[in-house]
Every structure is written in C-alpha cells, then in structure tokens.
Design a protein around this ligand. Sequence first.
Ligand SMILES: [Zn+2]
Length: 288
Amino acid sequence: MPRLSEVIAALENLWPAERAESWDAVGTVVGEPDQDVSRVLFAVDPVQEIVDEAVKLGADLLVTHHPLYLRGTTTVAASTFKGRVVHTLIKNDIALHVAHTNADTADPGVSDALAGALDLRVVRPLVPDAGDPAGRRGLGRICELDHPLTVRELAARAAERLPATAQGIRVAGDPEAVVRTVAVSGGSGDSLFDHVRAAGVDAFLTADLRHHPASEFLADRAAHTPLALLDAAHWATEWPWCELAAAQLDEISDRHGWDLRVHVSRTVTDPWTAHAASDPTKTSGAPN
Ligand SMILES: [Zn+2]
C-alpha cells in the first residue's frame, strides 16, 4: 500500500504544480504525507456532497479539479462551508489534492478527455503552451471529426455522451451547418474566442459562454468562416477528465504494484439543477 507522499509524487508528475496559472491554487490542501492510501476518489468539485461520498466510500485521498481555496483565508471554522469540508476531511483521515489549470494544459489533459468523450480526433492545442517545444500541451484542443456532422448532430452527440445536466447543450448558429473541425475547451471558454477565430474551425464546444462575447463573436462570423457555438454545463465538460485521470493513476498503480483502488464520483455537482424550456412557438419575439 503506497503512502500519501508517494501517490502525490505520482500526481505531481502528471500535473506539475509549476504549470498552473499564477492565480491558481493547486496541490495538496489537506493530508498527512506518511498516511497509507488504499482508495482514491476523483471528482470535479471539492464540495461537502463529494467529501461525504469520499467518507462513505472509505477513500483516503480525494483528487478534485477545482480548488477548495483560491485565495487565502483566516478561518477553517466548521461553521463556514469550506471549513466544514476541511473538518470532514481531517476527521476522516482523507487527503485532498487539486489539479486545476495544470491539468487543463497537460498532455493528456481536460480537453483531451472532453474530445475523447465525443470521439473527436485531437489535432493540436488551441492555445499551445510556449514552454512545450513538442507543441502537445496547452489550453483547449482543435479536433477533427472522422465523419462530418451537422451542428444539430454534434450537439445531440454531446448531449448523449457528456454526463446529463439540467442545462443540456445550448447551440448558437445554423443547426444544419456541416462541422468537420471543432475547437473544444473544458470549463469556461469565452476568453478563447480570438484563438477559435484564428483556428478557422467550424464549431466551438465549451461552457459558460456569456451573452456579449458570444453575440459579438457570432456577429463577426460573416467576415470569417461560419461558426457554431455549443455551450454545455461547466461541470459536464470537465467530468470526463476525472475518468481519464483515474485511468492514469490506475496505470501508475499497476506499474508500481500498489494495492490501490481508484474511483470516479458520478455525483452531479453542477449548480444548475432544473431547466424550463420555453414554448418554441413563442421564441420568435418578446411577449406582446
Ligand atoms: Zn472548471
């Protein structure tokens, strides 16, 4: 059975902390380096629901994509929601480790997992990491489809292959347009529009697209290639990484002859839990 410090070293090797953005907070948040680890749980969010799941599972280590604390704090009192998470973890001897932007830009990383879930062939990063001479690391991925799909079909595939959320997939652009190339980026993607435009792809699949960047981007598309936007729930676009990361740790565990059980949480932690569809016969204008 490996010690926590050995498992963390393996995770750091996959997602070195120095490759995280300067504003990010990655690495080990809670944990006793000498404790034994026999069960690991991967999840997107370090929220109470997930920590409770880790307790129930008997996990010794929880690995999440999102940080618990992005900024400094002066309290971990259990009366605060993050303090409650810290208390539950420590009381149950569960370590917490975070791989965020260092997992986004890794090879393979968050967007490779997203592309893989949709059977898209990754060609290259959307925003290559200047520090990687091989050009394999970076933010987002530019992908090709083995067989062209319409925007409508690609959205249906995303809705089917990504874990189900209340949001589903929102689409902007001509649903019958043909997609041969698509840029994907797990998590919030509207800061990447300039790169998507420069890549000349047929569609962009990401999450958290806001009104102004999206509508300005679409208004500008006549001057470039026609382009569709597919907006999924943030959590759903990052969840496939949990499966990829768990498989990576499983493989490392086998190589070391560790007795390690690796699990992926299927709990939906997307904050949006319901969706009321408008009447399609009334979507052509504001109410009279
Ligand atoms: Zn995220």
